[in-house]
Design a protein around this ligand. Structure first.
Ligand code: SAM
Length: 278
């Protein structure tokens, strides 16, 4: 069965003019998760021989850049660079090409050379996918999307948590075109977070204003946080429960009495700088 499926995508790639059977994995990931939209700029890390680049170009029609240790035979409308995704010099080259505003999508299908030793290969894969995540954090636009291949193993859960810290929606997905006995899985992160806070962070704040929903509304480094169950004039320790691209939610971890400057209550022009607490 697995062999039939491999042969099917191998032959299909030849017929459709794709450079690799991997093209169908990206097509299936995109059908399911809507990662690449028309006009998007896309950076593909570990892109040789270029099957994903061909699909990314078809889907976006925008700027597409491929990066690999190996040279990629030119594809019309696609830029390529040779480089190691672990190297700062490669990231600098990418930023120079995509511009300071960043890319809409970062893809990574990079794979280490497999040794056949499961835990060694898993560790190398986590190392590579961690580099891809660090790279994505430097080159993605706010709300951008990320897809990365990982070989499963005991460090997978921690890796997922790292991706969850940086994206609003995170899923693991195995496209049908992946071989059934393969350890590979794709982690899909949607809506890159650029908020100055993360789930679980604590802050001490004065509630000076309520939002239209009746929740407290405080500013933390210019970022709006809604706090449930508070009143204007209270001082509270809050714990962030959920972070969205433009605002976050928090719950009260501790009530600390009255705000120090109750006369400022309700004055959005004069928000007190909240202190982060451990
Ligand atoms: C499975 S192939 C990618 C196939 C590609 N998605 C396609 O559709 O044609 C994995 C690629 O990752 C590249 N790679 C592995 N480690 C890398 C690194 N540190 N920096 C850049 N590329 C890397 C390899 O050279 C290889 O070409």
């Amino acid at each position: 069965m697995a062999r039939d499926r491999r042969d099917y995508y191998y032959h299909q790639a030849k017929e459709d003019g794709y450079r690799s059977r991997a093209s169908y994995k990206l097509k299936q990931i995109n059908e399911k998760h809507k990662i690449i939209n028309r006009g998007d700029s896309v950076v593909d890390l570990g892109a040789a021989p270029g099957g994903w680049l061909q699909v990314a170009k078809e889907l976006s029609g925008g700027k597409v850049l491929g990066v690999d240790l190996q040279r990629i035979t030119p594809i019309e409308g696609v830029e390529t660079i040779m480089g190691d995704i672990n190297a700062d010099s490669t990231i600098k080259k990418i930023i120079k090409i995509v511009g300071e505003k960043g890319a809409d999508v970062v893809l990574c299908d990079a794979a280490p050379n497999l040794s056949g030793n499961w835990s060694y290969d898993h560790a190398r894969s986590i190392e590579l996918s961690t580099s891809a995540l660090e790279c994505a954090k430097k080159i993605l636009k706010p709300k951008g999307n990320f897809v990365v291949k990982v070989f499963q193993g005991d460090m997978f859960k921690d890796y997922m948590d790292k991706v969850r810290d940086n994206f609003v929606h995170v899923k693991a997905y195995s496209p049908q075109a992946s071989r059934s006995q393969s350890a590979e899985i794709y982690v899909v992160g949607k809506k890159f977070l650029t908020a100055p806070l993360r789930k679980g962070d604590n802050f001490v704040v004065d509630i000076e204003k309520l939002g239209s929903s009746g929740d407290g509304a405080v500013l933390i480094e210019g970022f709006v946080v809604f706090v449930k169950g508070v009143e204007v004039g209270e001082k509270v320790r809050i714990s962030i429960t959920d972070v969205k691209p433009n605002f976050a939610f928090a719950e009260v971890a501790e009530r600390l009495g009255k705000a120090e400057n109750p006369e400022n209550s309700g004055n959005p022009e004069n928000p007190e700088s909240p202190e982060k607490s451990e």
